[in-house]
Write a protein that binds this ligand. Sequence first.
Ligand code: SAH
Length: 508
Amino acid sequence: MRKNGEFRSGEILSGRNCSDERCTGENLKNRIPLKKNDEFVLDIEDISVDGAGVGKKDGIIVFVKDTVIGDRVRVRVVKPKKTYAFARLMEILIPSPDRVEPVCGYYRQCGGCQIQALSYEKQLEFKQHKVESNLRRIGGFEQIPMEPVIGMEDPFHYRNKSQFPVGTDKNGKIIAGFYAEHSHRIIPNRDCALGVPVNRDILDIVIAYMERYHVSAYDEGTGQGLVRHVLIRYGFRTGEIMICLIINGTKQPHKEKMPNGTDFLYEKELPHQKDLIRELIALPGMTSISVNINTARNNVILGAETRLLWGQLFITDYIGNIKFQISPVSFFQVNPVQTETLYGLVLEYADLHGTETVWDLYCGIGTISLFLAQRARQVYGVEIVPQAIEDARRNAALNGIANAEFFVGKAEEVLPEFYEKEAQAGRQACANVIVVDPPRKGCDDRLLRTILQMAPERIVYVSCESKSLARDLKVLCEGGYRLERVRAVDNFCQTVHVESVVLIERKE
Ligand code: SAH
């Protein structure tokens, strides 16, 4: 890269997603495939979609985990394919100047923080270039009005939700931590660098309690044992804490009257429960202690039934000045600090003055809708998950917001049907601004066509996958819109993922 001048400086951290470009641009016939156990020196030039370092050996793309851009390394091929190969890192010969000591000792085993060994500054640069280069390469845009990427002051401890699997080690000790990459082997670690510090206190209490009263941990292999996961949520603004124990328990709660008259559920499964509760509620902010029953033998963490043990079944937190009630099963953005920044940008790009009709498609629990409703005449939210829409309606009421209406269904069905109905009544369906925040696969083509028919003045596209973003923007811009503003926001520090917000405006 820098050494051989193959890339221009602006493309150093291009995030070109080499894994998808394995076969482009070069004459495949002349390449000599690599063989298993081949060893050679490699310069790492890029990052793959899953965070591995990427280099090239005689035209063959080589993926090497645990390397960062700028490393010179010795590698050994473990999985050769025709035009690419996976290799193991044997030795770092010259470390990249952008390499940093990972904060977490389990960084290599876990795989959750794919790029923790890259300096935060370079992580941000990588993400910005990833968005920009996808817009250029897939979207065909030449002039890209990129604004500077927004990172975090402290890019750790940002997650407001953590789910720790619980198990037993080979000496019979109870452990909680995370699954090793691509497996369900639990690596004990109560101190994830992305989670909040109180996670550790809670896990210490739960595990000490389990050991004291011989409460078993679940064993995925046999389906036996009780405690499967500990789910913890923390309200960054309110300081409220929720803990939910996911247990492989009976569906029939046993009620036992305690001396003080309180009922304890699941006293048989969780004996001397009051000890556990007493210790947990000594933690400042403890608001909700519950049990979720999951007896299914699969990977899904939560079961259908949640029972309160102490306090209330939700915590409250804010994004901006909007209040949300969050239950153990609710969807809620995991990085509340950056989410607030992101939605602030959505509001800025939407440029509302109180007279507009706005659609918020893929609205989840209505976070963006409620944000926008404060400045719009009317907001309509559309979301496929009925439970999320229930939350959205409840949160609207909680905040006294009366000008937001929510629909359950697929955006690509709800909006076209609405449009057709209006047309049959001789009206043009109105939207001044449309916001979309789709999942990784982006928007359905039918939705994009309806959006073009509705012809809003502005479209704000929030995206967690810049490839589908670029593809969809191409369709919208060919349909009469102009790319106005683009900004990446780092909601998922230490990982390869990035959020972005884009404003496109209708050409007159
Ligand atoms: N804007 C939301 C979350 C967006 S995540 C927030 O701020 O919290 C994407 C959402 O799209 C998810 O809630 C998902 O359930 C929903 N979704 C997925 N496919 C959909 C579709 N075809 N139509 C409508 N919603 C969909």
